[in-house]
Design a protein around this ligand. Structure first.
Ligand SMILES: [Zn+2]
Length: 164
């Protein structure tokens, strides 16, 4: 966390969340049990965690096997539209590998990125600031060239500084 988001590594809430990451799940589990018993825990905790983990593993395996490569990265990462749909935009994995500090993974207009849309809403509300975004360079028409935009001069600034 301190490499890509040094400001988050200093933020008290995120330090607490990093140390006690199990507390929100425990609180949710108790609330779900109180409302719907054991079956609601199975749906709201167990199934959610299984789907989330398999989605992550799908991105880190499938998006390294199937899809297209916009950027000539030194790995085998690929952009895959159906993995992006299932993973809220993480399937634009070649874009992510080429620009790991970019909050937006779907760089072209047709690359649907639900996570980026959420970050954009937070940015428009003034909650997320100094959001770093890679963009395809359309000025030169030279294809897969990217400009970094949104950082404030310091390359070590994180994506989500000042997020409250
Ligand atoms: Zn990868």
């Amino acid at each position: 966390m301190s490499k890509y988001a040094p400001d988050l590594a200093k933020h008290r809430f995120y330090i607490w969340l990093n140390d006690y990451h199990w507390v929100p799940t425990l609180v949710a589990g108790v609330a779900l049990f109180a409302v719907g018993g054991l079956s609601l825990i199975l749906w709201g905790i167990c199934l959610r965690v299984v789907v989330d983990l398999h989605g992550t593993w799908l991105v880190n395996s499938g998006a390294h096997m199937w899809g297209t490569r916009r950027f000539a990265t030194r790995d085998d990462s690929r952009n895959n539209w159906w993995i992006a749909l299932l993973s809220f935009g993480e399937g634009w994995h070649n874009n992510h590998h080429a620009h790991p500090t970019s909050a937006r993974h779907g760089l072209a207009w047709y690359e649907f990125d639900a996570s980026w849309m959420q970050i954009r809403v937070l940015q428009l509300c003034g909650i997320a600031k100094s959001v770093r975004v890679a963009q395809i360079n359309t000025r030169t028409g030279s294809g897969p060239d990217v400009d970094e935009r949104g950082s404030v001069g310091d390359a070590n600034r994180s994506l989500f500084s000042d997020v409250v």
